[in-house]
Ligand binder design. Sequence first.
Ligand SMILES: [Zn+2]
Length: 413
Amino acid sequence: MVHREPEIDAAQLLSDLDALARIGATPEGGVSRIAFSPADLEARRWVEEAMRVAGMAVRRDPAGNSIGTYPGREPGLAPIALGSHTDTVPNGGRYDGALGVLAALACVRALHAAGQRLRHPVEVINFVAEEATMGGGTFGSRAMAGLFDPAALDHEAVDGRPVAEHLRRAAIDTAQVRTAARPAGSLAAYVELHIEQGGVLASAGIVIGAVEGIVGIRRYAVTFHGEANHAGTTPMDDRSDALVMAAPFILAVREIAVAHGIVGTVGTLRVSPGASNVIPGRVELTAEIRGLDEATLDAAEAALRARAEAAGAAFARMSAKEPVRSDPLIVASVEQTCQQLGLSCRRMPSGAGHDAMCMAALTRQGMIFVPSQRGISHAPDEYTAPEDCVNGARVLLGTLLALDAALDSTGDG
Ligand SMILES: [Zn+2]
């Protein structure tokens, strides 16, 4: 038998993207496949059938994740998993999630067509309910990584009904969801291709992003106390205006973020009592910073606290989500593959959460980004050029082959 190098079937991948986009298509040109809706379940079945055609054994775990397995040739090696999600936000785009699943499928199809088995089995995972339509998002990957919190069943879904009701309608036994957790060592690696959902790659004209990690997020509540008084009768030099105190701080959030190479946002502002003819007596705002490095976030937080306290404000941390670093071997494999394929590549953080973030609790993980035109996502205008989709899949395949050669045994190679 003639040995053939596995190659992505570009035409098939693009036709798969078209076919999947027809399931749940909206009149605006977008896609609505809210988790557990009829369109979402139809897309899930469509992908499972395509997995079988590509030579994979298909199962659904107790959380509803679809897992296709393509056998390996060395017994005892844990699978390398590739995947993403096919659910969407209401009236979302056709690439977010879908590209990662279909590119993973295209990788296995390439192996199958070349009659080739890797050392490791390869899994394609279509995670369930990644978008935050069922409460907090990443429902399926959380369950698989052993991070499932049963309280999530009582959360309100996007339509106001409890999450548990949606699960039951999709024939998922809510008492069994936690048993979807896989043991440590059951996967050798997880790699996810995803659209960037930001404009960094597109505006820099770079084809591939090697994701160094998913940013940590810290949120703060900051309260400025002034004195409410009549806006007409109180002289300017006799005022204690809480909003005037807050204004320099809002600008400082921007300055401090820029100075530390991170992003920072004031997203909410509550002015009390909130009337045109009353000097603001109290301002409550929330500030958020995101970055990949804990020490940098610490330094930015200290600077924010100092600015707030200098203005007499109360500064309190509301939440802190730690950054999740990509596995260095996976980042290096992505870069090396780009070099071999002659594709431009840049290391970058992911500013949004993904299934890969949860999978980090279970196995080594990494992500590959492709450009989003104008950085638009979660909208019908979401667009990634066909050649970028294909290049992303080629880099995913090259990364898979590199990891298959580099990784030794049950996940700790
Ligand atoms: Zn996504």
